[in-house]
Design a protein around this ligand. Structure first.
Ligand code: AVJ
Length: 317
């Protein structure tokens, strides 16, 4: 059993255009990171997760593998898993394999191809498990149908995707997830932790240039889907650690005066000006618990890897 619910292509294009127009009209210019993930962006992100410098994926995966039995014990049997923003099926498969009699699997993912592929891959690895891929925006859960009647769901929000949101938005998102998941829900949340600046910056500015390509792909996509006319040679990838805000920032820096046009609106870039394309907030374990509490959750357990680089937190009511 494996169904997918598509988000209309026209609707998606219009939302992309509107977000870029809004973001490029602001000062400083900033665009939402969710638009990185077209098919090519998802592919590049997959490549990022295998880079030597990008520690989060392998650290979280190893942690999940190690604490699987503890998670299963804390979570209980017969839980239906709802994953938010699944890039690949690997972590879901580890979680589902650890759980006691998992009842089902749903992923909510903005890239329709990835939603379909992840649900199909999970269905293949767990024959008989009801699975569903929903092509949708998990930052707009009120527009998503809540799966009928199921209770005691386990939300799964790995990868430190929560780090893409400013802390007040992150708290709201966690609270929306709590509502979406319903009565008796729990949430397994993966969060990247604060560490030395050199390690953090290398993870977002790898030697092979994959993260640079990922960042620039936003402009490639805008050119293809919106005819924006960005000069790709006029922008350079940049990643910096903002210690005060506890976040890695990715920017696209204009190297020369340049312009682009979206839906008839023209945007000028002065030399040196940047588009802030992503924030990736890093937390302390105490910060994770405080964030969870602002989202209306209680931290039942929090695990980290031996180096203290990444945390998985099990949240409950
Ligand atoms: C998928 C949002 C967790 O912030 O580390 C990777 C995205 N950006 N390299 C992250 C990303 C640049 C990633 N998240």
């Amino acid at each position: 059993m494996n169904k997918s619910v598509p988000l209309g292509a026209d609707l998606s294009r219009a939302l992309f255009a509107a977000d870029l127009v809004e973001g490029l009209s602001a000062a400083p210019k900033a665009t939402p990171p969710k638009w990185f993930y077209d098919a090519e962006g998802s592919r590049l992100f997959g490549e990022i997760t295998r880079l030597p410098e990008y520690y989060p994926t392998r650290t979280e995966t190893a942690l999940l593998r190690r604490i699987g039995p503890e998670i299963a014990r804390a979570v209980g049997p017969d839980r239906s898993v709802v994953e938010f923003g699944s890039g690949s099926a690997d972590k879901a498969a580890l979680l589902l394999a650890a759980l006691n009699r998992p009842a089902g699997y749903v992923c909510v993912e903005i890239d329709p191809g990835a939603a379909r592929a992840t649900a199909a891959e999970v269905a293949r690895r767990f024959p008989g498990l009801p699975t569903r891929g929903v092509a949708g925006d998990f930052t707009n859960l009120k527009a998503q149908p809540a799966a009928a009647h199921a209770t005691h769901r386990l939300g799964f929000f790995p990868g430190s995707t929560i780090g893409n949101f400013d802390p007040p938005e992150a708290a709201t998102l966690l609270s929306d997830m709590r509502e979406h998941l319903g009565r008796g829900a729990q949430l397994l949340l993966g969060v990247d932790l604060v560490k030395d600046a050199a390690t953090l910056e290398a993870a977002y500015d790898d030697a092979a240039g994959v993260t640079a390509a990922f960042n620039l792909n936003l402009l490639v996509r805008a050119n293809r889907e919106l005819g924006a006319g960005f000069d790709l040679d006029a922008f350079a990838h940049e990643a910096r650690w903002n210690a005060e805000a506890s976040r890695i920032e990715m920017h696209l820096r204009a190297l020369q005066p340049t312009s682009a046009t979206i839906d008839g609106e023209s945007f000028r870039f002065a030399p040196g000006e940047t588009i802030h394309t992503e924030s990736s907030y890093k937390y302390t374990p105490e910060g994770v618990a405080a964030l969870a509490e602002r989202g209306g959750w209680r931290t039942k357990q929090l695990w980290t890897d031996p180096k203290g680089w990444f945390a998985l937190a099990l949240l409950g009511a």
